[in-house]
Design a protein. Structure first.
Length: 539
């Protein structure tokens, strides 16, 4: 007898496999059968007897059977599959693990028979088969282990054209609900037969999860890795780089698979599904497509969204008051934020704007004299509106107010209110108000728009900010509305300022009537209040 460098202790191998999920007894033998040139494989697993013994029997119709029976019992024999990307085997070790757990077994094929006896010996049998191979082995299984294997058998996805039976029932062929092509790592043998990791383009099929199923990564129909909250089963149609125990993939491989799934099926994701862990991981990859990122952001957060601007704290409340959903930093990972910031809308604008962009409250721009429409160019509705405001302001807020008009689409405001103090000898002499109306967003001929803007802007006399969610702002608007109604009832002619006439030519705005009341120049007096509203519009 030869003195070998290595001896394999069957009992030691059996013990090392003790914690392994015994479903591998099924998947290893089915995998071997599917790798052959077959059209049918039958698997039967008997229910444990009183000794907790079950028989596993696997029969296929391969025309040639096992070409080399020694491979059934030689650990790590040179595999004929390890250089073939479409074959599942590579280590020539799976069936040896099966045999290590067997109490007794036999393999009968076209070329002969091997008996693995209960006493630990191996002998040659006398039987052969005309076609195909048959494996039969007796194993120690608890009833719980048996039922688990029976359930797991239903997860198998047989290749098209291979009838696969388990305990007499055909495992149905599943039609993919989607597929994509991806270049993935694959372990293949080089010219010297050494296994090395390389990359090869392959097809990846996606399948619906049946009720009660957890998403899995499959290697050509064999479930190998449980995925968790992923939406679909993923069937990789080439060798998958697995651990020795064939039960896991590395994180980089899993991430690449998930990115491919997201890019292919993002349109099928709803709000709840868009928050799944696998979607977050996939979206954060630089390989996720812009369309996938846009869909996930929309599904998860909606359309009217913004992120807080730390340099304009008030803009967050202002944006909220305008119906924006605010996305805070913790809502996405660092990687997701990087992708979201890199993606632009069709018009080149940020996918997620800042609150300062949609509702600014820090007024940093400057309105110069040339930005205002001269009174001599005011239309009749503009003149009438100015007169209404100047007549009502003292009754509503107890101070005079002048109206100025601009027409600037880039200054995204409808109106703006600012207080001005005239000082004499370091003492405040009197306080006035300046109300700017932007005709780009306001119709001065609309009574509804006019009174709505009037109440809104005069309320800022009390709340000297754009925090429209503040209780004081709400209370002030309702108070001014009540005052306006009472004033109209007490003096019906108060509101009859010619707002609906078009022949007003002699209007003298308060500004011209009291030019010395305000600091010069006018633009400097209200610069901060007026034009800082870039990108903001009063509701």
């Amino acid at each position: 007898m030869k003195n070998c460098w290595l001896d394999i202790d069957k009992e030691g191998l059996r013990k090392s496999l003790g914690q392994k999920d015994k479903v591998f007894l099924l998947t290893e033998m089915v995998s071997n059968a599917w790798d052959e040139d077959i059209t049918k494989v039958e698997v039967t697993l008997s229910r444990p007897d009183e000794n907790n013994h079950s028989w596993l029997r696997v029969v296929d119709n391969s025309p040639t059977g096992w070409s080399d029976l020694s491979h059934s019992h030689t650990m790590f024999a040179e595999s004929t599959k390890k250089d073939k990307s479409e074959k599942r085997g590579r280590f020539n070790a799976g069936e040896k693990d099966v045999l290590a757990l067997a109490i007794e077994a036999k393999l009968t094929t076209v070329t002969g028979q091997v008996l693995f006896n209960e006493d630990g010996t191996r002998t040659e049998g006398m039987e052969t088969r005309e076609i195909g191979s048959e494996f039969a082995g007796r194993f120690h299984l608890t009833l719980e282990e048996y039922e688990h294997i029976v359930q797991q058998a239903k997860l198998l996805i047989p290749p098209k054209g291979i009838v696969t039976l388990f305990n007499g029932d055909a495992i149905p062929y599943r039609k993919p609900i989607g597929s994509f092509t991806e270049t993935l790592p694959i372990p293949l043998a080089d010219k010297e037969g050494v296994m090395r990791n390389t990359e090869r383009k392959t097809r990846v099929n996606l399948y619906e999860r049946l009720p009660g199923e957890v998403a899995m990564i499959y290697e050509m129909g064999i479930p190998i890795v449980e995925l968790g909250d992923d939406k679909w089963h993923v069937n990789v149609m080439q060798k998958v780089p697995l651990s020795r125990d064939r039960d896991n993939v590395n994180p980089a491989y899993l991430r690449k698979i998930r990115v491919g799934v997201l890019n292919d099926k993002f349109e099928d994701l709803g709000k709840d599904e868009s928050t799944a862990t696998w979607v977050k991981e996939a979206m954060g990859s630089p390989k996720s497509t812009d369309d996938a990122v846009k869909h996930v952001i929309k599904a998860r957060f909606g359309v009217k969204i913004a992120v807080p601007d730390v340099n304009d704290v008030g803009s967050t409340k202002e944006a909220t008051s305008k119906g924006y959903d605010i996305i805070h930093g913790g809502a996405m990972s660092k990687e997701e934020w990087a992708r979201a910031k890199a993606v632009k809308k069709e018009d080149g604008e940020p996918l997620i704007p800042t609150t300062a962009q949609v509702a600014p409250t820090n007024f940093k721009s400057h309105l110069g004299p040339s930005d205002f429409i001269p009174p001599k160019e005011w239309t009749s509705p503009m003149q009438a509106y100015a007169r209404v405001v100047e007549a009502l302001a003292p009754k509503l807020i107890g101070k005079p107010v002048v109206v100025k008009f601009i027409d600037d689409e880039e200054c995204n405001i409808q109106g703006c209110f600012h207080k001005v103090d005239r000082k004499f000898s370091r003492k405040v002499d009197r306080e006035f108000g300046v109300m700017i109306v932007n005709l780009a967003y306001h119709d001065a001929a609309s009574s509804t728009d006019n009174y709505e803007l009037l109440l809104h802007e005069l309320a800022h006399n009390t709340l000297d900010s754009n925090d429209h969610l503040a209780q004081v702002f709400y209370d002030t608007v309702t108070e001014l509305g009540a005052k306006l109604a009472i004033s109209a009832l007490a003096d019906p002619k108060l509101l009859d300022t010619g707002a609906h006439r078009c022949d007003l030519t002699d209007v003298q705005p308060l500004w011209d009537a009291a030019p010395d009341v305000y600091p010069e120049p006018y633009g400097e007096g209200i610069a901060v209040a007026a034009h800082a509203a870039k990108a903001s519009k009063a509701r």
